[in-house]
Design a protein around this ligand. Structure first.
Ligand code: NAD
Length: 488
């Protein structure tokens, strides 16, 4: 049994309490995790706040902060196999994906390392002859970064990278489900040479750890990734400290295939869009909106591919779909499928958990063409479950695509350039992929509308979210200040 520790103020400890972590491929307990209670959270925020004010950090040049981030990126790359292995062990995410993703996580840190000394202020050509006025971009303060269990190293990189580049300090709360990779990441971070307390890594449950962290008076910004109902609680909590928030939430992303699309390519993209990461992806293309002229051909090919997917233990390179992270995920999927079938939807393949040890759910396709109110069309599964609906006209496809409270990703498959442009303009989402799906980069902003949240991660915009503007006024005249009762 392995024992993990939390990281506060540059030191490691066991936390006020501990809890067990289970291996999703067997549901057997394999490790003990530190549980941050109120006292631990307060210590972590105090450590981050002290570091924020410390001369070691607050007077460090942006270029020097960038160099530390480069060092961190190199350490992540060196330790990639260990981090990938731990993420697979604790969350069930397949090793094929964690190995590839962790290498890219290092590049995300490199991107923000390079950006650190390019977060510039401005000089204003002010409308007064005896004044110099300029804007300083200053770090916003202590950031509470909260992540869900899927892709924790990646989802924390898009918060820690820009926050540290901007000069903030961070308390990172790893998910209580599968925190091992982030607790190990803390050990790697510790070697990079940042001043103590610049990053603190804890884990614990939402009701205590999450609530105390997000309402703490010394937290200035909450960067959250998770579900919409948790986001609502976070917004309520932040009424206490009036912290700003960025919310990266779920999705029910449309995947639209027109009758002129390259079918083989679209089928492969759909497989990647809904079955990769075992469907546990916020941008999963979980609503297939397919032209009725090609629907049967498309679904026949997709079903064939879904049934050929290699389901297995997550630590084998040949595995394509592994276990879901928790038994709770299976219960949600079973319930949603039952209610959708009751509404008239038809399960074409999959639909029930596999009869084996662990949280295994097979690739599932549900045809909702005769069940437009089926809950599987509007609720996020966070599993390998695809809902399908047919259309005849472009206007109908667009209306179905936008018939959602979410607005994160969207895919459009067509060879018609003008139609692609009309769809790009018409779809309400933060990301549109045309003739591709599920591509990401540190350079490109990522985020959504509506129940998918607000704020963007990735790109320059994200770093600016961690800054606040200070307007500086400097009078250049040596004459006495004129009439003090008149605003100048
Ligand atoms: P969740 O909302 O249940 O939990 C996310 C995190 O919030 C966890 O660390 C949890 O402990 C914490 N939390 C829970 N209650 C809290 C509270 N009251 N105060 C503060 N923190 C609290 O989400 P989950 O089930 O772990 O993850 C799945 C969800 O995450 C899905 O909806 C998925 O779409 C979303 N997600 C979004 C993105 C994105 O970038 N948009 C990426 C990945 C996952």
């Amino acid at each position: 049994m392995q024992q993990f520790q939390q990281y506060i103020g540059g030191a490691f400890d066991d936390g006020s309490a501990q809890f067990d972590s289970r291996d999703p491929s067997t549901n057997a307990v394999w490790a003990t995790m530190p549980e941050a209670r109120t006292a631990d959270v307060n210590r972590a925020v105090e450590a981050a706040h002290a570091a924020f004010l410390s001369p070691e950090w607050s007077l460090m040049t942006a270029t020097a902060r960038g160099k530390l981030l480069y060092r961190l990126a190199d350490l992540i790359a060196e330790n990639a196999p260990k981090l990938a292995e731990l993420e697979t062990k604790d969350t069930g995410k397949i090793i094929r994906e964690t190995s590839a993703q962790i290498a890219y996580v290092a590049d995300y840190y490199r991107y923000y390392a390079g950006l650190a000394d390019k977060i510039e202020g401005a000089h204003l050509p002010i409308d007064k002859p005896d004044m110099e006025v300029w804007l300083r971009r200053e770090p916003i303060g202590v950031v509470a970064a909260i992540v869900p269990w899927n892709s924790q190293l990646f989802l924390s990189a898009v918060k820690i990278g820009p926050a540290l580049a901007a000069g903030c300090t961070v308390v990172l709360k790893a998910s209580e489900e599968g925190p091992a990779p982030l607790l190990e990441f803390a050990r790697i971070f510790d070697q990079a040479g940042f001043p103590k307390g610049v990053l603190n890594v804890i884990t614990g449950f939402g009701a205590e750890c999450g609530a105390v962290l997000t309402s703490h008076p010394k937290v200035a910004h909450v960067a959250f990734t998770g579900g919409p109902s948790t986001a609502r609680q976070i917004v309520r909590n932040s009424a206490e400290n009036l912290a700003s928030t960025s919310l990266e939430l779920g999705g029910k992303s449309p995947f639209i295939v027109f009758d002129d699309a390259d079918i083989e390519s679209a089928v492969n993209a759909q497989v990647s869009g809904i079955f990769a990461a075992t469907g546990q992806s916020c941008v999963a293309g979980s609503r297939l909106i397919v032209h009725n002229a090609i629907k049967d051909t498309f679904l026949a090919r997709l079903k064939q591919k879904a049934e050929a997917v290699v389901i297995g233990v997550p630590d084998k390179m040949e595995t394509e779909v592994g276990p879901l992270c928790s038994a709770r995920q299976i219960e949600t999927a079973v319930d949603l499928i039952k209610r959708s079938v009751d509404c008239g939807a038809t399960v074409m393949t999959g639909g029930a958990p596999l009869d084996r040890e662990g949280n295994y759910f097979p690739p599932t396709i549900i045809d909702c063409s005769d069940a437009k109110d089926a809950p599987c069309l509007s609720n996020e599964f966070f599993g390998p479950v695809l809902s399908v609906i047919g259309f005849y006209t472009e206007a109908e496809a667009l209306a179905i695509a936008n018939d959602t409270k979410f607005g994160l990703g969207a895919g459009v498959f067509t060879q018609n350039l003008t139609r692609a442009h009309r769809m790009i303009r018409g779809i309400r989402s933060g990301i549109v992929w045309v003739n591709t799906y599920r591509a990401v980069s540190p350079l490109a902003p990522f985020g959504g509308h509506g129940l998918s949240g607000h704020g963007r991660e990735g790109g320059i915009e994200a770093a600016l979210d961690y800054t606040t503007t200070k307007a500086v006024w400097l009078r250049t005249s040596d004459d006495p200040i004129p009439d003090p009762f008149v605003m100048r």
